[in-house]
Every structure is written in structure tokens, then in C-alpha cells.
Design a protein around this ligand. Sequence first.
Ligand code: AMP
Ligand code: TRP
Length: 334
Amino acid sequence: MNKKKLVFSGIQPTGNLHLGNYLGALKNFVTLQDETDCIYCVVDLHAITTFQNPNELKKNVLETVASFVATGLNPDKSIIFNQSSVTGHSELAWILNCVSRIGWLNRMTQFKDKAGSDKEKASVGLYIYPNLMAADILLYKATHVPVGADQKQHLELSRDIAQKFNKDFNCKDFFPLPEPLIPKNVSRVMSLRDGTKKMSKSEESDYSRINLRDEADDIIKKVKKAKSDSEQIPDNLKVLEQKPEALNLLNIYSEISKNSLDKVIKEMSGKEYSHLKTKLAELLISEITPIGKEIEKLLGDKSHLQQILKKGTEKANFIAEENLKNIREKVGLI
Ligand code: AMP
Ligand code: TRP
């Protein structure tokens, strides 16, 4: 069996990508493309599990591709495509719907969060979303999946589904059990307004997040307004752990300055948060605004972005169809 590492990951085209997507996922995508084969997917079928305006969705798919390329993904090295253009995702998702168990899906915390208080009104798609995610990964027999910490439970489900398929159809090792690659320090970048909630595209206030397309002025304003603490920066992690907003700012600073959190705490302890915020805004501006400018530039040539998707789709489809032949054979579909 081919044991080579194969990386797969996906991002939903549901609007502006932000610092959480960047530190939790995209940065890792870029590092991995120099180490091994990588497939990166704009997961439009996942996006429609909650209603999307069709014109906005089309726009967001291209914007997500532009963000991929602007952060450093190279379409000659990595396969970049959108999910709905490779129909194997939907076909395998159906097969896996029949392998996955209702009891497993009932434990998914993201469904509970996204469906809110009236679960009866959530789409069936939102409920079986993790099965489609398993299909995305297993369609390519991917071995490693770079994601933020919020996706860990979905990855565990993908492993359970792979294992049950291999057992039910008596084909040990047919699907590899995919491993999550979760960054150590920034696995969950928190909202700038509430350190107990993750930074997210869907949070109402734009002040809660740094978008990849924010300009320097926006970054300065948002960091200045970010919730911190009324006391000076403490000198130890134990105290910081009681102050989630402050810890979040220091974690982001540590990641972008490439210094350990310990070192950053030593550097900042006893200082006012305004000092940290000034330095953090400077760092964020130099890291993020060039990406934003590149996204704008890429969006000026939509046919180039469509060309990237077309080329990626051809390559992805080739692998998917090969694997699907074997999958259909295992299940007994003629
Ligand atoms: P999504 O925007 O939900 O499609 O997420 C795309 C990727 O970004 C996934 O790997 C998520 O785990 C990751 N991600 C999203 N929000 C955050 C966050 N606040 N902190 C770290 N990673 C995140
Ligand atoms: N569920 C992921 C998210 O919301 C996106 C996703 C879909 C994904 N399919 C995937 C991530 C496959 C990794 C692998 O962030």
C-alpha cells in the first residue's frame, strides 16, 4: 500500500476569511505544500447547509480561491478546486450516510451550536454535514487533515466512519484513518470582543475579528477596541488563564512574532495593554495587509481564478474517480 502522506482540507466560502482561518488553518496549508501532496477544497456544498444567497455564494467561492493563493498556496503544487464540481463528494457522502450512525451524529457539538434552540428547523444537510466532511477526506484516501481545534470532533467521526467501512466491507486498511494536524498555540483564535467565543465569520460585530482584507486603519481600530484587562499584564500564565481576552491577544502576538508565549509574557509583564496593542497592531499590519492587497489584485482577474479551479477540478476528479471505482466495488454497486 502507498503510505505517502496525503493532505486534504477544506474551507467554506461563507464570507471574509479572518485571522482565525489564517492562523488555525491556511498558514499550515502553505507549509505543508512544500512537504507533501496537498488537496485544498472550497467546500461550497458545506456552505449551503445554511441558506446562502446564490450570487453571494459564487462571489465567495472565487474570493476564497483568491485568499488561498494570496496566502501562498501555489496551484502548480497543490490541487485547489471547489467541492461541487467533483460529484464524487456527493456520491461518497451518500454511501457514508449509510455507514455513519445517528448516535454518532447526535454527539456533534457544532450541530448543536449552529442549529441553535430550534433543532427541528435546522436543515437535514446541517445534521449530516460531518458525513460529507468524511467523504471529502476519504474520497482521496487522505492521511492528514490540517484544521483548527473546532474541527477535531468531526475528524474523530471521519476516523470512526473509515474504520466501520473497513470492517463492514471486510477490507482492512482500505481507508486510512485520517489524522488531524492542529496547530499547538493558535488552535482556537478567540473573538476580540469575547475571549470565550472563537473568532468567526458569522459573529455580528466586525470588531470581533481581523479579516484578511482589512486595511491598516481597520486593524489599528479593532486592536485598540479589543477587550483586554484593567490591570497591567501579569507575569505568569496561571493568572492569564483567568483573563481569556488578554491571553488571546498575547497568543496572537506570540504566534505572529514567532516567539514562545513564555518569552512574550516575560517581555510584556508589568506593561499596560496599550503597549501590547500598539506592537500587535504593527505586526498584524505587516503580516495581513499584503495578503489583503494580493486578494484584491487577484480578484481583478476572475478568469485566472476560474482557470485555477478548472485545472484543480480535473486533477481532483481523476483521483476521485479512480477511488470511487474501488469504493463502488467494495459496496457491491454495479
Ligand atoms: P470555516 O471558516 O469554518 O470553514 O473554517 C475553516 C478552517 O479554519 C477550519 O480548519 C477551522 O478549524 C479554522 N478556523 C476557523 N475559525 C477558527 C478560529 N477562530 N481559530 C482557529 N482556527 C479556526
Ligand atoms: N467543516 C470544516 C469547517 O467548517 C470545513 C471542511 C469541510 C473540511 N470538509 C472538510 C475541513 C474536510 C477539513 C477536511 O471548517
